[in-house]
Design a binder for this molecule. Sequence first.
Ligand code: ASP
Length: 334
Amino acid sequence: MNRKKFLKLGSLGLGSLPLFSFSETVVQKPIVISTWESGMGVNAAAWEILGINGKAIDAVEAGAVHMENEINCCVGLGGYPDRDGIVTLDACIMDEHSNCGAVAGIEQIKHPVSVARKVMEKTPHVLLVGNGAQQFAIENGFEKEPPILSDDAIKAYKNWLMKSEYKPIINIENKKEHGPFAPAFFEDGTPNHDTMGLVAMDNAGNLSGAVTTSGMAFKIHGRVGDSPVIGAGLFVDNEVGAATSSGVGEEVIRICGTHLVVEFMRQGYSPELACKKAVERIVNRDRAKAKTLQVGFLALNKKGQFGAYSILDGFTFCVKTGTENKMYKAKHLL
Ligand code: ASP
């Protein structure tokens, strides 16, 4: 450990923490990691760029765009609507220089992640919302798409309308029917999430990340979760690592979740332990409540080490390196 790092840790009183050394082993790169089982396809799309020496920022955008193209999922225009039956989308992107851009509550635009990138590159701002975000997208060449609901979304919305209960329960698995790597399901079997968060490190060792989602199914119109909020749904610090999240966004926002994960990695925790400590922060606030909701964190450090942790059973993620594209199940706290 060099003197600077030693002093930094010493000043925080962190000498007894489980430290990893940044220089001990070979860095695993390029690498891309992404949330949920749909991460397999997303990783493959990102790899088309990473695998030819491309930049992490382009790779994460490509991965998110791939997800937004899947009409029958909970991301992009095929996502679940809010309680008024309107699909509103959130997305963000962040690069190795801490440049970032985001859109929230955008309607009828197919690729919110690419709009977020334009916000990052073409404006002095970070976050555009609602009609303003849509107007900006159109001004920048994005087409307004007719509103559509996927068959899954229509079915789930009709089911929800029968009770119209506003219960922000998300990502709780029905494993009996669907196996250990099943997506999260409503009682009738339709999935209730699929926020896509991905972070990558390219051959040059630079980190970037992106998130795209339709947010919590049947949310109040105007509700924004963690996904487009930098430091909540996504955070990248090119010196340390990057993290993303999925689950009940309000709980993630309350603790600035992904920023917290990255800060724990800065203190020397492995990606998995850093994610675990962030999960503990949520659970320790209100254990009884935590038993009813899911949050998962996923992180990558500068050595290409990755890890994840969730509150409840069932959070899955996918990892692609030069040798494999593999799905993992995260450890969970409760
Ligand atoms: N985190 C997202 C939100 O709260 C939902 C999800 O992860 O599926 O909007």
